[in-house]
Ligand binder design. Structure first.
Ligand code: SAM
Length: 482
């Protein structure tokens, strides 16, 4: 008898190896069962309601059947539904952010990460508060409003107090018309007490990648340091929620283990959060292992090709329709273009993955965490998004208006979130165009904003948004939001 229990708070019961193996066997058995697959696809499809749309999502077993299916016609259908869901709940908006690396000191032994403790040739660096300020000014001058801070795990060099000081510094910098309005945090698993401190510091999402759900591999891939503790790492999101953080971001580092195993684990983790806390993950990230100092991705046997990667992303979209999907600059422009259609809702842009990288004239590589494939500037990314019909959004309104956790999810589920997000995207894009864009990007953007304003259904909202955009253009008034 399996001791699988999505409501359990024990890692090995909510991410249960036996249940994952049974799921993979079930998926393999049914991967050509067209009748069942059609039923699953029908369940995943958005259903119209009086107020908008609803989506049922899929269980880890159902979603795993879709992932196992190799029929090109079915895969095409999965992609179509992924796009439908994306348009129903996220419209054509794409939220933009940048990572900010604070410190690469680390006491862990993660074998895929260049910051691992035994790497003696990578220079170790930790930003001072003055340096944090300088990086934030550089990021604001690019046009960023939302950051994800990143740090290695090192209780001596990067204690929670250091992270909290950095958050305070980041929120305190207001350069010209710039400010950082949402700081998401990607730091190692920690205690309820520390999560509470992060919550009090006003963070947005707490992000922690599981790396792999496969316990045995996890232990081998994290041979030393506090991250070796599989249960402590896997149960981190429960502690974060206990500490009051409503929005948490999951992720798997694809390439470390068999992707079908990881996918089932990821969806089970989402189901667990929903079962215990009444709210699923706010975001899911889909990083793939990349080349880095001391790291050769070919050393890992489970690398996935671009097609499989696209299929995984689309299946995530169908399984957890209300969860944002994040794709970083680890991926090339070409891969990002494809995934945008399949359900991605957030991208990073103009990223530098080295400690102190934004204040350097040219991209430094010495302290980099991984090679960045998409090396375009933020302006180029913004223009590219608009030219492919997406509205780049610098909006940070939801959590500042208290729309987090289950409040966000219920607004998202009944489609009401659209009434805020679309005009907010247009107003924050207008700020970007006015303050930071190149002439050409501004021209493309202003045309887009004009057209998109017409698509706001409620006349009152449309008129307020139009007036606010006029104010943005004619004054220094900023930060309008619904
Ligand atoms: N130290 C923290 C932790 O242990 O969770 C947080 C952040 S780390 C800076 C961010 C993420 O980068 C890791 O969780 C890992 O998934 C990813 N990463 C590490 N090495 C990588 C590589 N070579 N290629 C791509 N992503 C990598």
């Amino acid at each position: 008898m399996s001791n699988y229990d999505p409501k359990s708070l024990k890692a090995e019961e909510f991410i249960n190896d036996e249940e994952i193996r049974a799921t993979l066997a079930y998926a393999e058995e049914n991967k050509n069962n067209i009748e069942l697959i059609e039923k699953i696809l029908e369940k995943a499809r958005p259903q119209k309601t009086e107020t908008g749309c609803v989506c049922a999502g899929l269980t880890h077993r159902e979603a795993s059947v879709l992932l196992a299916c190799d029929d090109p016609k079915i895969i095409e259908k999965i992609y179509e539904i992924a796009e439908e869901i994306k348009l129903a709940f996220y419209g054509n908006r794409i939220v933009i952010f940048a990572p900010l690396y604070l410190s690469n000191y680390c006491v862990n032994g993660c074998v895929y990460c260049p910051y691992h403790m035994k790497n003696k040739h990578i220079p170790r660096k930790k930003l001072t508060q003055e340096e944090v300020k300088a990086e934030v000014i550089a990021l604001q001058d690019m046009g960023h409003k939302r950051l994800a801070i990143e740090a290695g795990e090192d209780p001596v060099n990067n204690p929670i107090e250091y992270i909290l000081d950095c958050i305070k510094t980041i929120y305190s910098v207001h350069h010209k018309n710039g400010d950082i309005r949402r700081v998401n945090v990607n730091i190692a698993a920690t205690t309820v007490e520390n999560y509470r401190k992060l919550k009090d510091a006003g963070i947005g999402t707490y992000i922690l990648f599981q790396e792999t759900y496969h316990k045995e591999s996890y232990l081998n891939l994290h041979p030393t340091g506090p991250k070796h503790d599989y249960a402590y790492h896997t149960e981190a999101m429960d502690r974060a929620m206990e500490g009051g953080i409503d929005d948490v971001g999951l992720g798997v580092l694809f390439g470390l283990e068999l992707y079908k195993y990881e996918f089932a684990g990821l969806i089970m983790h989402a189901e667990h959060l929903e079962a215990v806390h009444g709210v699923g993950p706010h975001t899911i990230s889909v990083p793939r292992v990349k080349h880095a100092d001391d790291i050769d991705p070919a050393a890992f046997d489970n690398g996935i090709d671009d097609e499989t990667f696209a299929k995984i992303t689309a299946c995530i979209r169908l399984a957890v329709p209300y969860t944002g999907i994040i794709i970083s600059t680890r991926e090339s422009e070409q891969v990002r273009s494809k995934l945008l259609r399949l359900g991605v809702s957030q991208v990073s842009g103009g990223s530098r993955t080295s400690v102190g990288g934004y204040t350097e004239e040219t991209r430094p590589h010495d302290t980099e965490q991984f090679d960045v494939s998409d090396q375009r500037t933020l302006d180029e990314v913004v223009k590219w998004l608009m030219e492919s019909g997406h509205i780049p959004s610098f909006c940070t309104a939801c959590y500042r208006e208290g729309r987090t956790g289950d409040r966000f999810m219920s607004l998202c589920k009944n489609g009401q979130i659209l009434n805020c997000c679309h005009p907010n995207a247009l107003m924050t894009l207008s700020e970007y165009l006015e303050d930071y864009a190149s002439e050409e990007t501004k021209r493309v953007g202003c045309e887009m904003v004009e057209k998109e304003l017409e698509r706001i259904p409620k006349e009152k909202v449309r008129e307020i948004a139009r007036q606010n955009i006029k104010d943005i253009k004619s004054s220094n008034r900023r930060d309008f939001r619904f």
